[in-house]
Design a protein around this ligand. Structure first.
Ligand SMILES: Cc1cc2nc3c(=O)[nH]c(=O)nc-3n(C[C@H](O)[C@H](O)[C@H](O)COP(=O)(O)O)c2cc1C
Length: 123
């Protein structure tokens, strides 16, 4: 398994901002052999490392186009990474990607993911 993914941050559909979990998104080819799902991760950009939660997959709750992305929500980061290069280090698999009934249900899960992953970092 690849533990490290680099790419240029592309514009998402900005739902992340309404979810209050803004993400830095990079496109991923289908053949990158990483299991889809949510990971505890660290993200390096501009010489700094941020703890993060990362989703790898096609986001079945919000899109049907099958396009695969790595989406990183950086804890404590408040800014726009659009156009920047980021490197994602996947540290631990947390759960599979799922189709939620709507954005409220997805948002609740993201809050749980955040708590779980922050607990891991604080161990
Ligand atoms: C930690 C994390 C977990 C996620 N889990 C799922 C998931 O299980 N199912 C899903 O459809 N989308 C999931 N997403 C993707 C969200 O649908 C996506 O980030 C949101 O739609 C915002 O997209 P945007 O940044 O393009 O606006 C996850 C995103 C993150 C950051």
């Amino acid at each position: 398994m690849i533990h490290k993914i680099s790419g240029t941050v592309i514009q998402g559909n900005r739902i992340g901002r309404t979810l209050r979990f803004p993400t830095a998104n990079i496109a991923l080819d289908d053949d990158i052999p990483v299991r889809d799902g949510v990971y505890a991760a660290e993200v390096r950009t501009e010489g700094k490392i941020w703890p993060a939660m990362v989703n790898i997959g096609t986001r079945p709750t919000v899109t049907d186009n099958g396009k695969r992305f790595a989406e990183a929500h950086l804890f404590g980061f408040d800014g726009d990474l659009y156009g920047r290069t980021i490197t994602i280090f996947l540290l631990q698999y947390i759960r599979g990607e799922r189709r939620f009934t709507g954005l409220d249900a997805l948002n609740e899960q993201l809050q749980l993911d955040k708590q779980n992953i922050l607990n891991l970092f604080n161990k």
